[in-house]
Design a protein. Structure first.
Length: 139
């Protein structure tokens, strides 16, 4: 069995951003040479997520609005975590809801998606450099 590891780096211009990273993960799979196996994609920061869903802009806006309703950024005094001097208590909660990682089957050298599925990186405390791990195992 072979394994392949690659880091993707992002620095978003906004506090919250959503980036379709499907192409970057497909490129990593191509580089790996693995034809059958599993591909793990996970956010390496506790205020960011990786998830799979449609890349439709309205859905992404709905996610952002829904998450902001569930865990609004302000007032920052509402989160005990922010008593440490941080202002990202909401980002930790948003990450918990959206998840840390996804695993995609690799079949015949391709990511084995269902209809409309795409991989997204969701940033909830941006404007600084963060990374996503792509780990592919198989033959």
């Amino acid at each position: 069995m072979k394994s392949f590891r690659k880091e993707l780096w992002f620095q978003t211009p906004h506090r919250r951003d959503y980036i379709n990273i499907t192409h970057e993960v497909e490129q990593a799979l191509k580089e790996s040479g693995i034809r059958e196996g599993l591909c793990l994609v996970n956010a390496m920061h506790i205020t960011a997520s990786v998830y799979i869903n449609d890349a439709e802009p309205g859905l992404i806006a709905d996610y952002d609005e829904w998450l902001e309703q569930l865990a609004p950024h302000e007032p920052i005094t509402r989160y005990r975590h922010n008593n440490t001097g941080e202002d990202n208590g909401d980002a930790h909660l948003k990450r918990q809801i959206m998840g840390r990682e996804v695993v995609i089957a690799v079949t015949n050298g391709k990511l084995d998606f269902g209809p409309w599925e795409q991989i997204h990186y969701a940033e909830f405390d941006g404007r600084r450099k963060k990374r996503v791990l792509v780990k592919i195992i198989g033959e």
